[in-house]
Ligand binder design. Structure first.
Ligand code: 0O2
Length: 219
């Protein structure tokens, strides 16, 4: 009956979304372990904060519409790689790359895509290191690979991005020119603060003035 079909679809949707939640949980555990271990081993904390969110089904469908793709479980799986999202806030830019390196070096983590908006900021000034990774989730039916988007950024980048995000939605994606210019300018100030803070930190710890620069660059 139609009712049975509706129930079946509901159950399939729940199963579909649940896998992303599990993938997110796996990544959060990995990051939390790194964070705790760093604290114990080096009395140093490269991670300030970890947050996560599961994209709502509504936002997933909106995104599919914007991309002009007909939503189905298969097309969503193939096109929306940020259903599971984990955000890592670090104090310093070098920590962002260090966390990315440590996570992607793990055997069960497969890198699908790297978007380095730190080395190559977006036109509006947005900076962040995005990793789309795939991780196996072990269910009663076996291992299922799940894509998780990991956004790694500094506190300054995060501060900027959260305000920009609010403004973007307040103006329904049509931000007035003058505000855009001020935002881009503020992004420059944030990037400059990051550079100064990193220098200070390195000076205090007797490290070379410039950090190594061999992080991911693909955009
Ligand atoms: P929300 O509301 O945060 O979920 P692609 O995946 O390649 O088709 P997409 O999704 O634009 O294209 O990829 P990208 O550029 O990596 O952006 C993914 C996410 O990064 C966004 O998710 C935002 O969270 C964040 N982001 C990207 N650009 C900006 C920006 O200019 N400002 C801010 N504040 N955040 C940004 P969503 O789904 O677009 O939005």
């Amino acid at each position: 009956s139609t009712l049975d079909e509706m129930r079946a679809l509901r159950d399939e949707t729940e199963r579909f979304m649940q896998r992303y939640k599990f993938g997110m949980d796996e990544i959060i555990t990995k990051l939390s372990i790194l964070r705790e271990e760093f604290n114990q081993a080096y009395a140093y904390n490269p991670i300030e904060h970890i947050s996560s969110r599961l994209k709502s089904l509504d936002s997933v469908i909106d995104k599919m519409r914007r991309k002009g793709v007909e939503p189905s479980f298969d097309t969503i799986r193939a096109t929306v790689t940020d259903i599971a999202g984990v955000r890592v806030t670090c104090s310093f830019v070098s920590d962002a790359y260090r966390i990315a390196d440590l996570l992607t070096a793990q055997e069960d983590v497969r890198v699908l895509r790297v978007k380095d908006y730190i080395a190559h900021p977006k036109a509006n000034g947005y900076q962040s290191l995005h990793l789309i990774v795939e991780i196996p989730v072990y269910l009663s039916t076996g291992a299922h690979p799940v894509a998780v988007e990991v956004q790694i950024r500094t506190i300054a980048m995060d501060f900027w991005a959260s305000l920009e995000h609010k403004i973007y939605y307040k103006f329904d994606r049509q931000v007035p020119e003058s505000l855009l210019a001020q935002l881009t300018d503020a992004a420059r100030t944030a990037a400059e603060l990051d550079t100064r803070m990193e220098r200070l930190h390195r000076e205090v710890h007797g490290l070379p003035r410039e950090p190594r620069n061999d992080g991911p660059v693909e955009v």
